[in-house]
Write a protein of this length. Structure first.
Length: 355
């Protein structure tokens, strides 16, 4: 059997990486990451590097649910990202430190694929073969369909980092596994991440964990590790989903019609999207009430779209948005036939929501 043939069941396509690549430093954008994973899903990584591998624009669009209008722009961005991004391997052997820097690609070309339309051909750098092909030890893997919906590369990299520890005897406990990572090691993986922990938490960790919980086959809870009052690392508690029920997929919202602001047609469009987001949130809570919720962009959309309908849900989402943005919120309540403004702190709001 050739290494470059449809060799896996469509629902069981594997992506395999050496753990050394998982802990290396690189900076791909989401389109480059998607092109790389689609490439790897089309070959048998238990064998040698097959050289040139092609996929069509249609395959790329369908696999990652990309808008058809954007498909070629995304493919061009993927090539740019893979061409410019480099992987840095940091090796410490005793007192000696060394760095190896490698490129992802040794070539690419656009061409018509017989009977399949126009597509993209990629050839990976052969220096990466020890990290991607014929790996015997120290590797991790995931299913392609578990990662096709992730929104950013940091989510995928944290996901693979967690999976690389799932069988370690120090991490595995009963039906879940725990993974600790120091802040120093985290910044070694992501040198562009904020050095301020509150910014790191808000801009990097929490969005990535939300992405992982919504779009992959593991559910993650995390907490900071402290020494005194200082945060020195993070602990991730993970459960790998074995159930046949899949996590709800975020539905597409209705496109805004070309109508005047404040018109009846605009109101109908907002009402339709409010209904879509309302049902999506119900599906998320049904699947995992403890860790899944609307993303911040969708939460803002929910507040905006529901202001003329679903009034109770609208007020609930406004309160949730304020809490997640870390703001104090004023609400009006009636007491002794007089309206009084009461300000709730973030802790108060969290108690209200949990109640």
């Amino acid at each position: 059997m050739s290494n470059y043939e449809p060799w896996q069941d469509e629902n069981k396509k594997l992506i395999v990486q050496s753990n050394d690549l998982i802990t290396a430093r690189y900076d791909l954008d989401i389109d480059g990451f998607r092109a790389l994973t689609l490439f790897l899903s089309k070959v048998n990584q238990r064998l040698e590097n097959p050289g040139w591998v092609s996929f069509t624009a249609h395959e790329f669009q369908v696999t990652f649910d990309i808008n058809k209008k954007n498909i070629w722009r995304c493919m061009k961005k993927a090539v740019t990202s893979l061409s410019k991004s480099q992987i840095t391997f940091h090796v410490i052997n005793g007192k000696k430190e060394s760095f190896t820097v490698l490129n992802w690609l040794s070539g690419y070309k656009y061409q018509k694929i017989e009977g399949k339309g126009t597509g993209l051909k990629l050839r990976l750098n052969p220096d990466l073969d020890p990290f991607l092909f014929n790996i015997k030890h120290n590797f991790s893997w995931c299913f392609l369909n578990a990662i096709t919906s992730v929104k950013n590369v940091i989510s995928f990299r944290i996901y693979m980092y967690l999976l690389s520890h799932k069988s370690h005897p120090r991490c595995k406990k009963d039906n879940f596994f725990e993974v600790d990572i120091s802040l120093d090691d985290f910044h070694e993986l992501f040198p562009d991440a904020s050095s301020r922990f509150d910014n790191l938490k808000k801009r990097t960790i929490e969005p990535a964990i939300q992405d992982i919980n919504e779009h992959t086959n593991i559910s993650v809870h995390w907490e900071p590790i402290k020494q005194g009052r200082s945060v020195v690392g993070m602990r991730f508690g993970c459960v790998e989903e074995k159930a046949t029920v899949t996590k709800p997929k975020r539905p597409r919202l209705a496109k805004r019609p070309h109508v005047k602001t404040g018109s009846h047609d605009e109101g109908e469009w907002m009402k339709k999207n409010a209904a879509i987001l309302y049902q999506y949130e119900k599906d998320l809570k049904k699947y995992d009430p403890s860790s899944l919720s609307l993303t911040m962009p969708d939460l803002r959309r929910a507040v905006e779209c529901s202001k003329y309908c679903k009034q109770n849900w609208h007020e609930e989402k406004k309160l949730e948005l304020a809490m997640r943005e870390g703001k104090n919120t004023k609400i009006s309540v009636s007491k002794s036939e007089q309206n009084k403004d009461i300000t709730f702190s973030e802790n108060d709001l969290e108690l209200i929501q949990n109640f």
